[in-house]
Design a protein. Structure first.
Length: 103
């Protein structure tokens, strides 16, 4: 029987000024869910008025890590951890999802 290899996830949060409280609560719930599922997670953020530069920086840092998946989370969105879990189960190279609620 083959041992299941768990994915590893690097959460990147570029932000202009601050992270909304509901966003942070969503991230905390996500990290708890990932840990409960045995999925290793790392997190990093960068404050910058130029979000594209923050995304580029966070991507370059991700590329130097051992993590398999890069997950960008905007600093003003609220989400359920299950949506991220569904993306991981998809086992695709690129997955994206729209969001309905700003935090």
């Amino acid at each position: 029987m083959e041992k299941e290899i768990k994915p590893t996830v690097y959460i990147a949060m570029p932000c202009y000024d601050s992270v909304k409280i509901n966003t942070m609560l969503s991230v905390i719930k996500l990290i708890q869910q990932l840990a409960k599922s045995g999925i290793e997670v790392g997190i990093n953020t960068m404050k910058s008025p130029l979000i594209h530069q923050a995304r580029n920086y966070l991507t370059s840092v991700f590329l130097t890590t051992k993590y398999q998946y890069l997950l960008f989370i905007d600093s003003d969105v609220e989400f359920e951890p299950e949506s991220v879990m569904r993306m991981l189960v998809a086992k695709k190279d690129i997955v994206c999802t729209p969001y309905r609620v700003k935090a």
